[in-house]
Design a protein around this ligand. Structure first.
Ligand code: OAD
Length: 234
């Protein structure tokens, strides 16, 4: 299926795109996430109950970013944004910074970012590279109320109006390395125009595979560079 040479493109990425960089996906370890159940570390209730555990968990994830590099799939998407004549919006569920480090500029991190912190007292969101445990004061207001700038279960994802606006008028929607079990991300393909080309890239058909017209089955580092080449050379 062909798309207009300047069609707008929305790419949705999930943990699978960062797997080959060495970051574990959420659902590849029997429901455990680096040894924790999601409810233990990724809900506001967990943070209220055991803030030190939650802070240490995200501190470890943030430190881990220093040990990994963007892979060929991240780099290919940065090239797509740079060379495609139309609009390209990259929506990621990932909280790592690998898309930005690969060179993507228009990235909407709908589940937040490990390399940012947010103050629960003054609401300031700021770049953050260090640990949040033991609790440092907020540089803006001094309160010891910093938390990871992460969307936990039960909280609203970031940027939804922008995301749905872009999805509702895109000519191509590509989902890469996401299991399609967490909403609203899993529902985005259903919000594309009827005429849109929709492609799923995954190691296997995901639970939302039926909503896509095309499937590319294989590792992201192999499939995505090829797909980007195809789009740019069409
Ligand atoms: P999952 O861990 O649920 O799914 C990862 C998907 O990537 C699976 O469908 C794998 O088959 C696929 N995959 C793994 N390795 C791959 C590779 N090398 N190439 C291509 N595909 C590969 O991760 P997400 O779908 O991103 O939310 O999870 C969605 C959300 O659930 C996360 O953002 C997080 C989590 O709980 C929050 O923290 C709010």
């Amino acid at each position: 299926m062909q798309i207009a040479p300047d069609a707008s493109i929305v790419v949705l990425t999930g943990a699978g795109i960062s797997a080959e960089s060495g970051l574990r996906t959420f659902r590849d370890a029997g429901g455990l996430w680096e040894g924790h159940r999601v409810e233990e570390v990724a809900t506001p209730e967990a943070f209220a109950r055991n803030p030190d555990l939650v802070q240490r968990f995200y501190d470890a994830r943030r430190r881990q970013l220093r040990t990994v590099e963007p892979n060929a799939a991240h780099l290919a998407l940065a090239r797509l944004e740079q060379d495609w004549p139309g609009e390209v919006l990259l929506v990621t569920q990932n909280v790592d910074d690998l898309h930005e480090r690969a060179g993507s500029r228009k990235v909407l991190s709908m589940h937040g970012e490990l390399r940012k912190a947010r103050c629960e007292a003054c609401r300031t969101v700021m770049a953050w590279a260090e640990d949040l445990e033991p609790r440092p004061p907020c540089p803006a207001c001094g309160a010891r109320s910093l938390r990871p700038h992460i969307v936990w279960f039960g909280e609203e994802p970031l940027g939804l109006p922008t995301i749905f606006d872009a999805v509702s008028r895109c000519g191509l929607f590509v989902a890469i390395g996401t299991s399609g079990v967490v909403y609203p991300a899993a529902g985005l393909v259903g919000a594309t125009p009827r005429s849109a080309r929709t492609i799923e890239v995954n190691l296997e058909r995901s639970s939302m595979a039926n909503a896509f017209r095309e499937h590319r089955v294989g590792p992201a580092t192999e499939v995505v560079p090829g797909l980007v080449r195809e789009l740019l050379e069409a």
